[in-house]
Structure formats: structure tokens, C-alpha cells
Design a protein around this ligand. Structure first.
Ligand code: THU
Length: 126
């Protein structure tokens, strides 16, 4: 699975974003160690706090299907710029994928890879 392909799958997922309030579409594609890809989009709600981010949609889909070992997570948006995960998503990611790599895309700068350890150097843990 190339970085370009995973980013493309994240853009595909983005098309399903339900964003009547922010109009900010986000897509995610999560590659498991077993080679499967789980896609996710953001899903907003009239009660804003009930909104689910694209990254968590992808992670929760994977976990609920019995997958817990992740290699890469691609995140894109309709902003045409690098879109970095919110704090809640970083915390959820930290539970399952501290050894994974994140992929981001910018229309002009292209694809970049950032390790989880760099995005969240000091994770909360029990
Ligand atoms: N959003 C995500 O899907 N992922 C993030 O990491 C940041 C924010 C969504 C939530 C909401 O639907 C919209 O972007 C604006 O905050």
C-alpha cells in the first residue's frame, strides 16, 4: 500500500462526510497490520458535541471489526492544506497506534509523514 493510495482512499472517504454545519469535510484511511483499510469521515450533529471526527470513525470501525494493530493513518480535508488531528483524536489514537505513522496531504506541498510519537509526544495513560 503506497502513501499515495492511502491518501486517495482518505479522499474517497471524505466524500461521505456529513457536514451541514461546518461544511468542513474530513476523510481518513487507516491501514492495519493485516493489510486491510478502514475508511472514515466526520459526522456532525445538531448537538455539536455529538460530532464524530473522521479519524475516530475509521479507528472505531476497525476496532469494532476486531482489528487493533495499525500501521498508517491518512487524514485529508477539503481545505486543500495539511489537516492535523484534534486533541481528542490524538488521545484515541494513542490507545492503539503509538508506533504508527500519520499521512497528510497539501495541494501544493504534497504528502508528508509524521510519526505518532511526534504528533503526541506525551500521551495520557493509566
Ligand atoms: N474534524 C475531524 O473530522 N477531524 C479532526 O481531527 C478535526 C476536526 C471535523 C469535526 C467537524 O465536523 C469539523 O471537522 C470542524 O471541526
Amino acid at each position: 500500500m503506497t502513501n499515495e493510495k492511502l491518501i486517495q482512499m482518505a479522499y474517497e472517504a471524505m466524500e461521505n462526510a456529513y457536514v451541514p454545519y461546518s461544511k468542513f469535510q474530513v476523510g481518513a484511511a487507516l491501514l492495519t497490520k493485516s493489510g486491510k483499510v478502514f475508511k472514515g469521515c466526520n459526522i456532525e450533529n445538531a448537538s455539536f458535541g455529538a460530532t464524530n471526527c473522521a479519524e475516530r470513525t475509521a479507528i472505531f470501525k476497525a476496532i469494532s471489526e476486531g482489528e487493533k494493530a495499525f500501521v498508517k493513518l491518512a487524514v485529508v480535508s477539503n481545505s486543500k492544506q495539511f489537516t492535523y488531528p484534534c486533541g481528542i483524536c490524538r488521545q484515541v489514537m494513542s490507545e492503539f497506534m503509538m508506533d504508527a505513522v500519520l499521512l497528510f496531504d497539501d495541494q501544493d506541498k504534497g504528502i508528508i509523514e509524521i510519526p505518532m510519537t511526534e504528533i503526541l509526544p506525551f500521551k495520557f495513560d493509566l
